[in-house]
Design a protein around this ligand. Structure first.
Ligand code: SF4
Ligand code: SF4
Length: 189
């Protein structure tokens, strides 16, 4: 009996001194995150292909594709967390390997605000920060690629024309040879 009472006292004391997760101040102290925690999106501009699969599959249209002045990726996703339902479909469908270009693994959601305002709501957009130098580098790479492709096409065209001319010359020579032989035979008769 005495043991049961002391056990109950210990339990009550424990409950009072060790607040559970539900009683924590979630603003100041983020709750425990499970290994499959889905938080703020992380977008890898450097591996995204701009395929738009994430935006197309999003069930609540929380993703828009922001255009870039380059061909690949021609646009990057931006996520409106005020609309997002954190289903993770965008991450599931993203085709890049081995890393996903969009992941819901950005740590705390940080969406709890004391006084929601227009400014705080605008912070709910996840936008990849693309360095200007990266865009310039991509532009140079694309120009170089286009130049090499044009060179290769010109070379192939020149080779095809040369082959055509050689074939025409060979055919003409063959025709001249046959007509010469016919002429010779006629002379023998
Ligand atoms: S997690 Fe779901 S709702 Fe949120 S952006 Fe991705 S697909 Fe849309
Ligand atoms: S994040 Fe993934 S799914 Fe979305 S556009 Fe980029 S490559 Fe495509």
């Amino acid at each position: 009996m005495l043991f049961e009472i002391s056990e109950k006292i210990v339990r009550v004391l424990k409950a009072v001194t060790e607040p559970r997760i539900a009683t924590k101040d979630v603003v100041k102290e983020p709750a425990h995150k499970s290994p499959v925690f889905r938080g703020r999106h992380q977008i890898r501009y450097d591996i995204c292909t701009g395929c738009e699969a994430c935006a197309k599959i999003c069930p609540v249209d929380a993703i828009i594709m922001e255009p870039l002045p380059i061909k690949r990726p021609k646009a990057l996703p931006e996520v409106n967390l005020a609309v997002c339902i954190f289903c993770g479909l965008c991450e599931d469908v993203c085709p890049t390997k081995p890393e996903k270009a969009i992941k819901l693994s950005g740590g705390d959601i940080e969406m709890i605000v004391d006084n929601p305002s227009h400014e705080s709501l605008s912070n709910w957009w996840v936008k990849p920060e693309v360095p200007e130098e990266w865009i310039e580098q991509k532009k140079r790479e694309e120009e170089e690629k286009a130049r090499k492709k044009a060179e290769m096409m010109a070379k192939k065209k020149a080779e095809a024309e040369a082959k055509k001319r050689a074939e025409a010359a060979a055919k003409k020579a063959e025709e001249n040879k046959s007509s010469g032989e016919t002429g010779d035979n006629g002379g023998e008769k």
